[in-house]
Design a binder for this molecule. Structure first.
Ligand SMILES: Nc1ncnc2c1ncn2[C@@H]1O[C@H](COP(=O)(O)OP(=O)(O)OP(=O)(O)O)[C@@H](O)[C@H]1O
Ligand SMILES: [Mg+2]
Length: 400
């Protein structure tokens, strides 16, 4: 009778039995079917062989010294999921067989066994093993594909979020510039007209104040008139400041000189408020093409806001640096900071939290920065001061 080779011939099978005759018998039969046969005599040796060779299948005797078959079976199933185990049991061990199957055995064979029976059962177990391993690999592949899809989804969502944010910002900027344009229009057309009669009112009120027979009560009323007139005048001056920049005035401006000039003007107030000044100014920054008086307003407004927040002292930090594309300047204070809900509104014309503020300052700053094609951002939270950072691009024709 010609010996038939198994379709799994070549696979490694480990036979573990303390009875030498069983090892030899089963080993001989399996070798004839083309398997690569290994053997061990006890549970401990079995685990060493499994670790070393990782066989496809272990034929494992239940009753063995040193480590019994059940313990070896559990350890193999736990540590080597691709090694399947077929148990040898004795006659009348049906209950044991159930326990072995629960512990992960793929099948069990009662001793004594016939050749045909042994090889057939082993072939069946190896077929199941093949399908299960393929299944496991497919599952793994599916999981990795799913996690890849999830990552792509996350990336996509992130991009949608970023784009929505950019869109929202662009929309806000359009509204902002419309408001600024409206403000500039009012300033340019009307402010001068209003200031002239206002100055006359102020002049006449001052004259009244110097009259001998005015009386104390009337004098206090007239004084109030002059105060209110001055307040209107301040608002008008700030409205004028919001007028659009006239591009024909652009010339090379040295920002470090502008900073020095503005700081010089604020020096008495800085001293009076006992504010410590920290400067990190690069005096070699390239000149930018701008209107010097307009650019000055950037620093005037930001420093004025910062000092307003530090009446009881603090630190004003100013930095001015350049790289190949832009000049970056920042003004940082240690004042009360800006509540999160106000941050989106502070650049709006008319937004103010100050009793005597007009809310023009930052909108003017924004307008000038925009006219220089720059960017402005603010970092602030209540209690930790505020930091305004401005980036002004260097144009190819910037003056060195
Ligand atoms: N450095 C800062 N720290 C805290 N809050 C600030 C700071 N700068 C601006 N703000 C907030 O932003 C608001 C708007 O500032 P903006 O300069 O536009 O107007 P204002 O200072 O209120 O009035 P004006 O500049 O006309 O005197 C301020 O009222 C204040 O609430
Ligand atoms: Mg201000």
């Amino acid at each position: 009778m010609s010996e038939q080779r198994s379709r799994f011939s070549g696979e490694k099978i480990l036979i573990v039995d303390d009875e030498e005759v069983i090892v030899e018998l089963a080993g001989g039969l399996l070798k004839k079917s083309g398997f690569d046969v290994l053997s061990a005599n006890n549970g401990e040796q079995c685990l060493q062989m499994v670790a070393e060779h990782q066989p496809a299948l272990v034929l494992l005797d239940y009753m063995m010294p040193v480590m019994n078959g059940l313990e070896a079976l559990r350890q193999i199933r736990r540590d080597y999921p691709d090694t399947y185990v077929v148990m040898f049991t004795g006659k009348g061990d049906e209950e044991v067989a159930v326990e072995l199957m629960r512990a992960g055995a793929a099948d069990y064979l009662r001793k004594p066994f016939s050749r045909g029976h042994l090889v057939k059962r082993i072939d069946t177990v190896l077929s199941v093993r093949q399908v299960e391993i393929e299944n496991r690999e497919l599952l793994k592949e599916r999981e990795s594909l799913q996690s890849e899809i999830q990552q792509w989804n996350m990336k996509l969502e992130q991009r949608v979020r970023e784009k929505s944010f950019e869109l929202e910002q662009a929309h806000k900027e359009i509204i902002q510039s419309e408001k600024l344009a409206a403000l500039g229009h009012i300033s340019a057309g009307t402010v001068h007209e209003i200031r002239n009669p206002l100055n006359s009112i102020n002049l006449f009120a001052q004259l009244l104040l110097t009259a001998d027979d005015i009386g104390e009560e009337n004098q206090s009323y007239v004084y109030k008139i002059t105060q209110e007139v001055e307040r209107i005048d301040e608002i008008l001056i700030k409205m004028l400041a919001a007028s659009p920049v006239d591009n024909s005035q652009l010339k090379g401006v040295n920002l470090s000189e502008v900073v020095d000039k503005v700081l010089h003007n604020y020096h008495p107030r800085i001293e009076k408020q006992q504010v410590e000044l920290q400067l990190n100014i690069d005096r070699t920054v390239p000149l930018i093409k701008a209107d010097a008086l307009e650019v000055e307003k950037i620093f005037t407004n930001l420093i004025s806001n910062a000092l307003f927040e530090m009446t009881d002292g603090g630190t004003l930090t100013m930095s001015l640096q350049a790289d190949a594309e832009k000049i970056t300047t920042s003004i940082t204070d240690t004042g009360a900071g800006i509540p999160a809900e106000n941050i989106p509104r502070i650049f709006d014309p008319f937004f103010t939290t100050k009793e005597k503020g007009t809310g023009f300052g930052l909108s003017v700053v924004m307008q000038i920065v925009k006219s220089c094609r720059g960017k402005i951002k603010v970092d602030s939270s209540v209690g930790s001061g505020a930091c305004f950072t401005i980036e002004l691009p260097l144009f190819p024709d910037s003056v060195h």
